[in-house]
Write a protein that binds this ligand. Structure first.
Ligand SMILES: NC(=O)c1ccc[n+]([C@@H]2O[C@H](COP(=O)([O-])OP(=O)(O)OC[C@H]3O[C@@H](n4cnc5c(N)ncnc54)[C@H](OP(=O)(O)O)[C@@H]3O)[C@@H](O)[C@H]2O)c1
Length: 115
């Protein structure tokens, strides 16, 4: 298949990438920018891969709570696995979390400007 044909083919829904199969069993994971997009979808995968605690670090607590509900609605996730959190969470991380295994630093946006 030519490069152009392969590119066009990849735009269709039948070409879903394989589901990741790594295990995050027992791990505590912080996901920034978890209120929408890739961060939110990553949280759903991390639940499926067995993380024992996922902290959805967002800049707006209402959005974070909505994201938690969205993950709970689409996964079989025990209610104590997901935590909504805002910027002040960094102090709580230092003070209260016994461990952090992964930080998925996803928050951000792409702009056309380099400034
Ligand atoms: N989607 C793609 O195809 C693609 C491709 C390459 C790279 N990426 C990168 O992957 C990341 C996520 O992309 P996405 O498509 O999932 O984006 P998205 O749907 O726009 O989500 C961005 C997330 O980051 C948060 N965020 C944005 N600016 C922030 C800031 N200044 N401080 C704190 N949080 C901030 C947003 O929070 P709010 O809800 O509060 O706005 C939201 O939760 C981005 O860094 C993007 O550049 C995406």
């Amino acid at each position: 298949m030519s490069f152009l044909a392969a590119f066009i083919d990849r735009q269709f829904i039948h070409n879903k990438p394989p589901l990741p199969t790594a295990s995050f069993k027992g791990q505590t994971i912080i996901v920034t920018g978890a209120s929408s997009g890739l961060g939110l979808e990553a949280c759903k995968h991390l639940v499926r891969m067995g993380a024992s605690q996922i902290i959805l670090a967002c800049r707006n607590i209402d959005k974070a709570n909505t994201a938690v509900k969205s993950v709970q609605a689409t996964t079989t996730c025990p209610s104590n696995v997901l935590k909504a959190s805002v910027l002040a969470f960094s102090d709580r991380v230092k003070a209260k979390l016994p461990r952090v295994d992964v930080v998925l630093a996803n928050a951000g946006l792409h702009t056309l400007s380099s400034k």
